[in-house]
Ligand binder design. Structure first.
Ligand code: S3P
Length: 185
């Protein structure tokens, strides 16, 4: 019997999948769905950091500063990748700012950049006020500025996945298809 596409992906996957991309690109939602489809564990680095600190990201930023958050982010990603367990990992949008993290992701994972346009990102992030970096007078412009500064790092991902305006299910199907093609090469 021919193997199903998802089974083929599972058989060929030798490293964790790490999702990178801007706030609002759907790393958590799509990541969780991807993990379910591939019967892998799902990890969200923001959530791990928040659980360890016992407080939400916004409070970590105000009480300890962004630098402390970035350090916790780097250590969390290092622990997950060092474990060598194959899983799906959603990272915070700024994780790739850290050079060691970038290096680790490059070497020890299959990274996927979830790329969405600014309007889509802004529509998603404006639904809640939890992102400390967007507490500015013009959050859409801030988002644009962050994207411009970070795109050089997102582009380093092994796989680029462009999100269109379709449903989550359609996006998951397209992503699995792209992933299967990438692993078959
Ligand atoms: C950040 C993105 C957030 C969170 C923190 C900083 C960023 O995660 O890590 O607020 O620098 O882009 P999401 O990308 O999951 O929103």
């Amino acid at each position: 019997m021919p193997q199903t596409r998802n089974q083929q992906i599972i058989n060929r996957l030798t490293k964790s999948i790490v999702l990178i991309g801007m706030m609002g690109s759907g790393k958590t939602t799509l990541g969780r769905a991807l993990a379910t489809a591939l019967e892998l564990d799902f990890k969200d680095t923001d959530k791990i950091i928040e659980e360890k600190a016992g407080r939400p990201t916004a409070e970590i930023f105000t009480e300890y500063g962004e630098e402390k958050f970035r350090k916790a982010e780097m250590n969390t990603i290092a622990d997950l990748l060092d474990s060598r367990k194959i899983q799906v990992i959603a990272t915070g949008g700024g994780a790739i700012l850290n050079e060691q993290t970038r290096q680790r992701i490059k070497t020890h994972s299959l990274s996927i950049w979830l790329n969405a346009d600014i309007d889509t990102l802004y529509n998603r992030v404006s639904k809640n006020q939890t992102r400390p970096l967007l507490q500015t007078d013009d959050p859409k412009q801030t988002l644009q500025d962050l994207m411009e500064a970070r795109i050089q790092f997102y582009e380093q991902a092994h796989l680029h996945f462009k999100l269109d305006h379709g449903s989550m299910n359609a996006a998951l199907g397209d992503l699995l298809e792209q992933l299967a093609g990438f692993l078959a090469e």
